[in-house]
Write a new protein. Sequence first.
Length: 135
Amino acid sequence: VDLSAQAAVYAQLYRDGAYVTSGYEAAGTEINDGSSWLKIYGSKSAIFCAYADSDEPAGANHNMRVWLYNPASVTSFQTVAVLADYYNSNGSIAKAYITSGLKSDYDEAITGIKFYPSSGNFETGTVRMYGYNAT
């Protein structure tokens, strides 16, 4: 995914006819070239997925995989797990992001998800959604 500006990428869940804009609880980490950080997020408006730069050289690579657990449940936590990575074309930067978050008020099924940058726009990229497994 290419961005028009440096930005964090976030996700919001969709349920009961609207995107949920509050009450996400999450923890995330960044690992890059031997250093790392861990952050705990509480009562946020979205789940942090990754941080991306806009001024990447040709061939830069951003990838993100997202798993939704219990999306149809109205009796247990609905959780989101994110694994994202970034590697630029000249090998000078490599980063990995691991985030897990949840919505603790699970009275409605999740029926959608959106991703958005904290600033700028997605300029190019591909999003693939794979099937729902009820087991």
